[in-house]
Write a protein that binds this ligand. Structure first.
Ligand SMILES: Cc1cc2nc3c(=O)[nH]c(=O)nc-3n(C[C@H](O)[C@H](O)[C@H](O)COP(=O)(O)OP(=O)(O)OC[C@H]3O[C@@H](n4cnc5c(N)ncnc54)[C@H](O)[C@@H]3O)c2cc1C
Length: 409
């Protein structure tokens, strides 16, 4: 197969889909990217993410001129890409419990990372995938969108996130593709104190971010998200804040009701978390994040004409900071295979099989580990035993055993 024969349909313009298209474009392979949102970051929730072990892969995937801009989108541009110890603190006293080592890491806000990865990429917005069908000739795939339009291609890549529509086709039913709700009340907020003294105070000890764990079995998290007018204007700094505890969440609560609930819990915390949460302005929108997971398992790839990448393949609780790192790793592996197809070195069916043989056990293991980690971090008696304390941010390395269990070997 040559580059001219290949047409890759990519569903979903999150970071995974955009990175996939960056790599395809660089390789001279035709792609069509479809996104259900009507424009980039339209009504999307904002949060910050640490990219650590997968950062070198981002450099390989992006064109050099786009990669060069990556330090500019750092949450804390005064540190950019840097190494250090990520602070996990005792929320009740403010004392450091441990520092999780990381090398050449970068924390980015989701919106800016998406914006950067979208540079030079054609995306068709307002296109919601509703169906996937395969040509009777056995040669191609057809995607149908909610506006009645269709597109045909050589392969469809589902980068459509945790509740992936492509996964339903891959698994043969919506039930088998359905996520499991992680039973947590997880709130996410974007906060600006509009007050230089307050902004400087909350990040004095931990300049970029911290994870605070409490004997109340909750976590409180704060990170600088962006500095719109630069480091010299703390009154405009924007923070990503989160607080979460295990239990069912009441979705009917209003923003002010959730804010009051969080502030009530913050009363007994130590500094800096106490002030950081109590000072949140009354108009703060307290979003309830939907944390759910699907343990990666083998799917039907229709002889290499369909596959899943990113959260579509392994949605997981975020408390070990692994999701995006694995998304990037997936993109890197799949691109290598598709490039070999372009060069006539391998068949598409074999390239997709090779990608899935590496990715699925890695996803199975990390989703399971992140579920366990999420439970343990919200149980004060177990935090020291949790994967993030034992393993840090490193990817797990026992994929083959996990795969055998997952397929019932
Ligand atoms: C609070 C929080 C903190 C996190 N922190 C970290 C961290 O520190 N480190 C880390 O590595 N990871 C972290 N993660 C995980 C990380 O954010 C995700 O793994 C990553 O953003 C997933 O990207 P994606 O592109 O695969 O999916 P998404 O971002 O969900 O993108 C999927 C896209 O597909 C579109 N779509 C969906 N269905 C359709 C359809 N039918 N048709 C067309 N388009 C469709 C959606 O609109 C969306 O734009 C965190 C997650 C959360 C929630």
């Amino acid at each position: 197969m040559t580059a001219q024969d290949l047409h890759v349909i990519v569903i979903g313009a999150g970071i995974t889909g955009l990175l996939t298209c960056q790599g395809l474009k660089k390789a001279g392979i035709r792609y069509s990217l479809f996104e259900r949102e009507t424009s980039m970051n339209y009504r999307s929730n904002e949060w910050t993410m640490a990219i650590h072990w997968a950062l070198p892969l981002v450099k390989e995937i992006l064109p050099a001129d786009v990669w060069d801009k990556i330090p500019d989108i750092a949450c804390n541009p005064t540190v950019g890409i840097h190494s250090g110890l990520y602070p996990i603190i005792n929320a009740d006293t403010g004392d450091l419990i441990t520092g999780v080592p990381y090398k050449d890491g970068l924390r980015v806000p989701r919106s800016k990372m998406r914006g950067l990865c979208a540079e030079g990429i054609d995306c068709q917005y307002g296109k919601t995938l509703v169906d996937v069908a395969f040509n009777e000739s056995g040669k191609g795939v057809i995607a149908t969108f909610s506006d009645g339009t269709l597109v045909s291609g050589t392969i469809i890549i589902g980068t459509d996130g945790p509740r992936s529509r492509v996964r339903e086709t891959a698994m043969g039913s919506a039930e088998k593709a359905a996520v499991t709700k992680f039973p947590i009340f997880h709130t996410n907020m974007t906060v600006s104190y509009g007050d230089a003294e307050k902004a400087l105070y909350v990040r004095k000890k931990f300049p970029t971010s911290y994870l605070a764990l409490s004997q109340q079995n909750l976590h409180a998290f704060q990170s600088i998200s962006s500095m719109p007018d630069g480091p010299d204007h703390p009154e405009t700094w924007i923070f990503h804040m989160a607080m979460a505890w295990m239990g069912e969440s009441d979705n009917k609560m209003s923003y002010p009701e959730r804010l009051a609930l969080i502030k009530g819990k913050a009363e007994s915390l130590g500094e800096p978390a106490r002030s950081a949460f109590l000072w949140m302005p009354e108009e703060t929108e307290v979003h309830k994040a939907d944390i759910s997971y699907w343990v990666s398992q083998p799917w039907n790839n229709y002889q290499g004409k369909l596959t899943l990448v990113g959260d579509a393949a392994h949605p997981m609780p975020p408390y070990r900071g692994q999701g995006l790192n694995h998304c990037i790793c997936d993109v890197s592996h799949l691109l290598k295979g598709i490039t070999e197809v372009r060069d006539g070195k391998t068949a598409l069916v074999d390239a997709v099989a090779a990608y899935e043989n590496e990715m699925i056990p890695r996803g199975t293991e990390e989703v399971s580990c992140s579920v366990e980690n999420g439970e343990m971090l919200h149980d004060w008696n177990k935090i020291q035993e949790s994967p993030v304390f034992r393993r840090g941010f490193k990817p797990m390395d026992g994929h083959s055993n996990v795969r055998e269990e997952a397929v019932g070997a």
